[in-house]
Design a protein around this ligand. Sequence first.
Ligand code: SF4
Length: 385
Amino acid sequence: MFSAIYFESAVRDHPRTHAILRRYRDLPQIECERYGEIFNRKSQNFRLQKENPALILARKHGGKVLPAPGGYGFDAAGSHYFSHMLNCIYDCRYCFLQGMYRSAHCVLFVNYEDFAAAIEQTLSDPPLPKEDIHRNSCHSARSRRISSSTLPTRSCDSAQDDGVVHLPTGAGEVASGAGQVFYSGYDCDSLAFEPVSGFAEYFVPWFAARSRAILELRTKSTQIGGLLKQEPIPNCIIAMSFTTHAAAARWEHGVPAIDKRLAALRRLQEAGWPVALRFEPLLPDMKPDACGELFEQVFHRLDPRRLHSVSSGLFRMPADYFRNALKLYPDEALFARETRTRNGVVALQHPNEEAWLRQIETALFRHIDPTNYYRCADENTDSEN
Ligand code: SF4
């Protein structure tokens, strides 16, 4: 999987570094001062490097816990993200990471204990306001609860007698007093590297002892063995992303098949873990019928009544990342679609977007309670640039 292992001198003696170097003892192992020497080098080609990336073990210094962008995930006041890893072992063509970083090498920050201390500190501080930044991917959606008046009529069996859709506590909200939310998987996939990183193995017990802190692991991975060995905890949500079969086959390179992801989620759900579904990115050529088929498959395997939440989100990417991705893949049909740019964020244009989304949501609401759903959107997309 990797061509070489670099490690910073500062983490040379860290037990996680030792374990990983032992695991990759057959690969070249190179000591360096700071990971940026390799990761931020000029004239790197993300596309070429992705064929044969290196793993860099490093120490995270500042910025271990950051405020989540406005509208990211739940509408909670105290929402944060933390990135123990930069880059992903998968290669989704719609991913913003390929436009954000010069390098396709994977950086693993092994000092989890320092992240934990930073989270502890955050918990004892007053909640920070959300940041207004635009960085989006399948794992970094912004949420916008859609109001009851905009919800399509639902046909699931939990509809009220009066035919009106009632919205008690929405999926995009965290009840007050429920604590602060910490997202992982913003700059990586939370679980894809778990057998090596032991990320969830470390952090789940840590969060288990802090019930007012909520951890959301965003992933497309089936690496759930470590979770299944642990007792499920209510404040750790495993949120899995899905696109349609056609989109997954075309754009999600190296990602486990949809059926395998569903099998993993089912095992987690049966074991008592809170699981969530993220249907994103929605791409304009996805037909509502194809989404409907996906939903049939998903809810044949999962119990919708036990889902933590369900969301959807359109493809969007900061304009400079989009330009970088286009340079890397000039022949890529995905980037040749009609786009719109608002407030520095590029989205793929659908000629009849709202109606199309409604059709998809109508198909979704045949299976789930709409109150358990939120649609991700950029909050500041009203004015076009
Ligand atoms: S799984 Fe997520 S983080 Fe990884 S390449 Fe795909 S979109 Fe990017």
